[in-house]
Design a protein around this ligand. Structure first.
Ligand code: NAP
Length: 311
């Protein structure tokens, strides 16, 4: 029997929220031996019981305040609209010097919500792993979720350098590539690369559902024509995405304005038979897709690498 002599990066990690992201973290922390003790906390007894059944942690604690006691790293993985309330619940219980982080898809507003509740003797370094699926809950997580995906670390002004370095090393150990930027810049970038695409997906699937001239069975039957890929995104968690739009309002509205202007250009080109504009536009967008494949952020396999379902 081999004895693992690796020293864990943290003695005690507390995971507050154990859904898709929290449970993926629990799994990869365990696999990589990044913590001696993993404390799992979540608000509902049923979710905590499920986490225990799955063996995601070493200690299970429903009360977030109790869960963070003595932890060197605390990662909050709850919908962004709840991050302030969680910070309030844990603030007084945090160990001096602890690194407090989160995984929220919005950063500036999470900093605004959490900072007032965190004592000056902890080191608050927010982050966002740009990795996910449309599934939720502790069963949905998997250790490989962060593999080769970006994690954006957004240290507030004056953040402790050593804590930033530790958090960056932690995410690298989870398999991520890491980039650092301000919370505000993060929110602008993610508005166009993630939030607006989700809004478009939610909208197009809703529009198709409302059409009177096309039957529902036709929408489902012919979905492989492009619609199906939107339906996957539009199946994402309603609570999470409601919170993303409410808490990244300014950046989303700014990007939505630009998107609508550009859509009008395409609409005009179609109306006036301006094939040159359409062709030029589609050629440019194709290059973006190639760029994504080149850096390994997707697969070029036919049908996006989906395995055809056998009837
Ligand atoms: P999830 O699977 O739905 O899990 C949510 C977790 O938060 C559960 O433990 C849930 O607890 C808890 N929770 C829900 N509402 C809460 C509240 N009002 N107060 C306290 N705890 C609450 O969600 P997720 O996909 O892991 O997302 C968690 C965070 O990661 C979000 O901020 C999201 O923006 C971010 N994120 C998500 C993705 C993605 O693709 N899903 C990707 C990157 C980042 P109970 O089950 O006990 O109620």
């Amino acid at each position: 029997m081999s004895v693992d002599t690796k020293t864990p990066m943290f003695e005690r990690v507390a995971l507050i929220g154990i859904g898709l992201i929290g449970s993926s973290l629990a799994r990869v922390i365990r696999r990589e031996g990044l913590a001696r003790t993993i404390v799992v906390s979540t608000r509902r007894a049923e979710t905590l019981a499920r986490a225990r059944e799955l063996g995601l942690g070493d200690v299970y604690e429903q009360e977030a305040g109790k869960a963070v006691e003595g932890a060197d790293l605390v990662v909050v993985s709850v919908p962004v609209g709840s991050s302030g309330a969680v910070a309030e619940a844990i603030g007084a219980h945090l160990k001096p010097g602890a690194i407090v982080s989160d995984v929220g898809s919005v950063k500036a507003d999470v900093v605004r919500q959490m900072s007032p509740h965190l004592p000056p003797y902890v080191r608050f370094i927010p982050a966002h792993p740009v990795a996910g699926t449309e599934h939720s809950g502790p069963d949905a997580g998997f250790a490989e979720l962060f593999e080769n995906r970006w994690c954006i670390v957004t240290p507030p002004a004056g953040a402790d350098e050593a804590a930033v370095e530790t958090l960056v090393a932690f995410w690298r150990a989870c398999g991520s590539k890491v980039e650092t930027m301000t919370p505000e810049h993060h929110d602008m970038v993610l508005a166009i690369t993630s939030h607006i695409p989700h809004l478009i997906a939610y909208n197009i699937v809703g529009t198709a559902a409302d059409l009177e001239t096309v039957t529902e069975s036709e929408v489902i039957k012919f979905s492989a024509g492009g619609f199906r890929d939107f339906t996957r995104i539009a199946a994402s968690d309603p609570t999470m995405w409601r919170d993303v739009f409410l808490h990244n309002k300014d950046a989303v509205l700014e990007m939505l304005g630009r998107f609508i202007e550009d859509l009008f250009v395409l609409q005009r080109a179609i109306r006036f038979g301006d094939g040159e504009t359409l062709f030029r536009h589609f050629t440019e967008t194709r290059a973006i897709r190639r760029g994504i494949l080149d850096i390994g952020q997707d697969t070029a396999a036919p049908d996006f690498g989906r395995v055809p379902k056998k009837d």
